[in-house]
Each structure stands twice: as structure tokens, then as C-alpha cells.
Ligand binder design. Sequence first.
Ligand code: RFL
Ligand code: PHB
Length: 390
Amino acid sequence: MRTQVAIIGSGPSGLLLGQLLATIGVETIILERSSREHVLGRVRAGVLEQGTVDLLGEAGAADRLHAEGLQHSGISLAFDGRLHRIDLTGLTGGKHVTVYGQTEVTHDLMDKREAAGLVTVYETANVALHDFGGASPFVTYDKDGATHRIDCDFIAGCDGYHGVSRRSVPASALKTFERQYPFGWLGVLAEVPPADHELIYANHERGFALCSMRSPHRSRYYVQCPADERVEAWSDGRFWDELRRRLPPQTAAAVTTGPSFEKSIAPLRSFVAEPMRFGLLFLVGDAAHIVPPTGAKGLNLAASDVRYLFAGLREFFSERSKAGLDAYSSRALARVWKAVRFSWWMTTMLHRFLETGEFGQRIQEAELDYLVHSKAASTALAENYVGLPY
Ligand code: RFL
Ligand code: PHB
């Protein structure tokens, strides 16, 4: 088989890149390790920057997003027993974010790809990347008892943090940067109305909590938990009790509880691999970088990588110019590092770190107090949260 761009991974990065390339007539094949159902069963991000929404629109996959996405013009920080609102829209000259689940984004992109008859091979095993340092790259994989080969012009490694693409690059060609946080997030999804019409990020002595949502009828909540916590240790009752204890009294009283239909623990990590290009292989999204979810940046960074790579590939296929592809890694990394910084800062300000003791706690209190009383500081948060320019 032959295609122009072989895409590894059918998460949001791979699907969005595939859809954008389809709009300019560039052929792709996506190879995915899991089943379609498994990919759609993962509950992850919920907040989209306007740039991400626009790119989904350019890919022709934003109709349902425009109809069902919730536009938010602010978020609240909870500390000191009350809410402090950050007016995202007022502080950024009219910008907002859109609350729409990653699961739905993935669903919309998959539907679009299937309707166009484009190929995704699910449940592939042993995907291997070959000769991307030379002139004739190809990918091999096992499926249904046979080994298959796809020759291509380029390989896009969109296969997430645990994927094969980054691991295919010789270690000597890669510099990695990493910070692990000594806690995770326990998340719950429940068919209940949200506690507030906007998101609430809570700093509390018992640990961080986040009130988010997927729709006016579906809530997504998180609480900070130990890194080695077991999800089985958390009954719904224990979760709701702990969540309410970490929220200001008025907000806690507004939490509607109900049976959860998803409960999982995610570790928190900052990670960057540089560069993001090796010959004819490009790393995209979580394959190249991870941020803790506190800034809601992971999916949006995946989309900004796709935007830069799509621009480079379009230039190559339409004008035979390599300039955009040559600039891909440095352009993407410049934006990535700003989001890494923002996500690290939000995480540091909002979570309980046992090892920093009372000094660290006082610094957090001072920072939060400064943040909500200084227009300059609130504006810095707001412009990062809605998304920095490309
Ligand atoms: P994905 O989504 O991990 O998709 C990679 C795909 O590649 C497949 N794969 C392989 N396929 C073939 N061969 C192999 N060897 C393969 N290895 C892996 C996988 O099965 C998978 O289908 O990466 P992608 O596309 O780069 O997308 C990145 C986003 O998923 C991620 O950044 C966000 O979910 C992060 N994130 C958030 N981002 C936001 O922008 N806003 C948020 O509010 C937000 N909240 C979150 C989050 C991530 C979370 N978790 C669980 C990590 C909340 C949580 C709890
Ligand atoms: C979510 O709704 O899953 C969500 C929202 C905001 C974040 C992280 C996750 O910062």
C-alpha cells in the first residue's frame, strides 16, 4: 500500500491532521492500536481554545460543536471559603473558551473521516516506523495474522505519550525534559447538573478540586489524590463527600450528587521531547509533550501542533517548498513551552504540596490574593487560559 502521509494514532491529533489534509486532497492512512470503541470510551479534556474550535471548523468537523458547545466567558478560583471570578472575556478583549468534551471532538472527526471513505486501520499490532531518516519512509504493522507495509512521503507520529513514534527515534537524537508531580487527579463523570455555570478551580487545605462539566446535565469533577491511589478505594459517596469538603460552603451546597458512570485516576506530569522532527517523521501532540491538566492545555497544544504541521505539509504538497516543514519543530516548541509553563504554574498554585510545608502554603495564599486583586496578574492568567496567539 502507498499513501502520502502515514498517521500513527487516531486520537484528536491524528484525526484532525487527517481531516485537514483531506481538505487539500492529500491522502492519509491512520493506524490505531486500539478499537474504535476503546478510543471513544476515553474521557479526557473538556475545554477548547478558540484556535482549536476554528481549526475543527476548517476541518469541517465543528457543526455539532457549534450547536452543543458551551461558551464560557469566565472561570472561578475558590479559596478562603469563597469564589473569585476571573473575567476571561473582559480581560482579553472579548475572547472566550468552549466547553465540549474531547470524546465528542474525536467522535465528530471519526464520523467525518468515515463519511469521506478515508482509511483508518484499528487494532493494529507491532506498528514499526522505518527509514524516516532516509528518503523512502515506510511503516509496517500486524493485523489479522499478516504483516502489512505502507510506503509514504511522511510519517506523523500522533500516538500519544506511550506510543511507538517517539521511541523509534534514537535516544541520542532526543533531549527530554520532565517533571512528575507527587499526586494525581481522581475524576468522576455523572449525569447531574453542574454546581455552577462556569468552571471552578479550588485550592483547599485538603487538596485541589475542580468543578467542570460536559453539558447542562452532565458534570465532570476532579479531586487531587495521592499518586499511588487506587480508584477502587473511592465509592461515589466518598468522592462526593471529599469534593464538597474542598469547596466553599455555597458551592458545596449547590453540588448535585448522583451515580458516577466513569471514575478514573490520571497521573500529573510535565514532559517535553525536543526536537519534534526527525527527517521525515514529525511528532505531534502528546507524543512529543505532556502537561498537567490544570491549565486545560493538552488537547489545545495537540491542535496547535497540527496547525503548524498542516501549514508545512500544505506548502510542501502545493508549492514543493520545505520551509514550513523545516520550521515545524521550532514553531511548535515555542508555543508548547509557554503552555508547559502556564500548566506548571497553575498546578503549583492550586495543589497541596506536602514537601513545601507552611512556607509554600503562605506563598500560594499570597499569589492567589495578588492574582485576584491585580488586573495585570488576572490578565496574564486570562490570556494564557483562552490561548496564546499562534
Ligand atoms: P492521544 O489522545 O493519546 O491519542 C493517541 C492515539 O494513539 C494510539 N496509539 C497507537 N496507535 C498505533 N500504534 C501504537 N503503537 C500506538 N500507541 C498509541 C492510542 O491508542 C491513541 O488512540 O494523543 P493526542 O491525539 O496527541 O491528543 C492529546 C490529548 O488526548 C491530551 O493532550 C488531552 O486529553 C489532555 N487533557 C486535556 N487537554 C485539554 O486541552 N483540556 C483539558 O481540559 C484536558 N483535560 C486531559 C484532561 C488529559 C487527561 N488525562 C486522562 C491524561 C484531563 C485528563 C484527566
Ligand atoms: C475537564 O472538564 O475535563 C477539564 C476542565 C478543565 C481542566 C481540566 C479538565 O483544566
